[in-house]
Design a protein around this ligand. Structure first.
Ligand code: NAD
Ligand code: MG
Length: 412
């Protein structure tokens, strides 16, 4: 039975992969959800078209330079809608009184202020924007605790783990320990990405399109490259640390190329509970949007008989150093995960723009982690300052990483 009044949601990053999957789930449940706010980065036409379809009360184009164009288009095509622009507009959409739940699906550090604003305003936060949590884990979890916001993970692994943990009808409980729940460890599954079976030397000249051709998931380009380097799993280790209060030794990664088991929880008695499903983000999205109810997601039913087998491997930290870097950042704590994330964002953007070889991505991140001291996080300004410093350092290191890569290729 749908609830009597619709759940009013904001979709931050509505034009992206998670944003579109969210709206697809919404479309299959007329009357259950009301889209109150929508945001996009720079595609004015796509945002206005979504506004025409969903009639939100407010919408925001993140790029301030496009504010006038968005306002003009909105005025004629979406009369009565509040058309906003820039970072303040994103925050306004995330924290507006008429919004109950916020899909935080902006990619990267750019999503942090709006995600934090949603938590501070006591909304139900559907968290896809893992980078925000990696950067500001203690602050975000503390904000959720203080404001009484609810937090529901969208990342398929964390959504799976949440489903495998003892259920609490209000969402995650920030502050609870895994030991209290009888949990021994969390097992994050990873597909291994498009280069799982390649030798490291063969990765020297891979192109952005090859890196983005994920075998099981269709995603935005940044997270697709993260999956190819396995930094996505690295970020997810840190994400699991904050969401579930898991210590470093309580999070393990297992390669599972079929992406059918989305993650597992091992209990003290030896039981391992897994969540399975076809690899389609509409499952975790539908789970979170309707939580604690269960609704149709539009995802094809899982037919295990079509799989020749479900297989598992140990991750290879030599070929995929990103995992080791993420574990190191988690152990160092403080600002180290901020540096890891910032360096990764800069290096991935450079790779996608054709300005950095694939293998140099992790070299740049390693270089930044070596040089940026891990400081105790003193507050949000400190987070943003550490992010800026790590980005500057990454840009400084890129020419050297490029050169070293060229020299080593000349030696092969
Ligand atoms: P995407 O690139 O497809 O979409 C990103 C969205 O954010 C777009 O709407 C874009 O307009 C907006 N955006 C980009 N830069 C922005 C900026 N500077 N300011 C404001 N808005 C901006 O990305 P995606 O694949 O949908 O991923 C979104 C988030 O969800 C990421 O944090 C990713 O790690 C996470 N996630 C994605 C998937 C997936 O399957 N795609 C799975 C798990 C987690
Ligand atoms: Mg994931």
């Amino acid at each position: 039975m749908p609830p009597s009044s619709p759940r009013r949601i904001a979709v931050l990053g509505a034009t992206g992969s998670i944003g579109r999957s969210t709206l697809d789930v919404v479309d299959s449940h007329p009357g259950r959800f009301k889209v109150e706010a929508l945001t996009a980065n720079s595609n004015v036409e796509a945002l206005v078209a979504l506004c025409e379809k969903y009639s939100p009360s407010l919408a925001c184009i993140a790029d301030p330079a496009l504010g006038a164009a968005f306002e003009r288009a909105a005025k004629s095509r979406c009369p009565g809608m509040q058309a906003l622009a820039g970072p303040e507009g994103l925050v306004a959409c995330a924290s507006h009184d008429s919004v109950d739940g916020v899909m935080a699906a902006i990619v990267g550090a750019a999503g942090l202020p709006a995600t934090l604003a949603a938590a501070a305003a006591g909304k139900t936060v559907y968290l896809a924007n893992k980078e925000a949590l990696v950067m500001s884990g203690a602050i975000l979890m503390d904000t959720v605790r203080r404001s009484g916001a609810a937090l529901l993970p969208i990342d398929s692994e964390h959504n799976a783990i949440f489903q495998c943990l003892p259920q609490n009808s209000s969402g995650l409980e920030p502050g609870g320990t895994l030991a209290d729940k009888g949990v021994r460890r969390l097992l994050l599954t990873a597909s291994g990405g498009p280069f799982r079976t390649r030798k490291r030397a063969d990765l020297a000249s891979v192109t952005p399109d090859q890196a983005c051709a994920h075998p099981n998931w269709v995603m935005g380009r940044k997270i697709s490259v993260d999956s190819a380097t396995m930094m996505n799993k690295g970020l997810e280790i840190i994400e699991a640390h904050w969401l579930f209060g898991a210590a470093r030794e309580q999070v393990d990664v297992v390669i599972h190329p079929q992406s059918v088991i989305h993650s597992m929880v091992e209990y003290a008695d030896g039981s391992v509970i897994a969540q399975l499903g076809n690899p389609d983000m509409r499952t975790p999205i539908a789970h979170a949007l309707a939580y604690p109810e269960r609704i149709e997601s539009g995802v094809q039913r899982l037919n295990l008989a079509t799989f020749a087998g479900l297989t598992f491997e140990e991750p290879d930290l030599q070929r995929f150093p990103a995992l080791a870097l993420a574990y190191a950042a988690l152990e160092a704590g403080g600002t180290a995960p901020i540096s890891l994330n910032a360096a990764n964002e800069v290096a991935v953007a450079a790779f996608l723009g054709g300005g950095l070889p694939f293998l140099a991505i992790t070299d740049v991140i390693g270089g930044v982690l070596e040089r940026a001291a891990a400081e105790r996080v003193e507050g949000l300004d400190h987070v943003l300052e550490a992010d800026r410093r790590a980005r500057a350092l990454a840009r400084e290191l890129m020419p050297l990483a490029r050169e070293l890569m060229q020299e080593s290729r000349a030696c092969i």
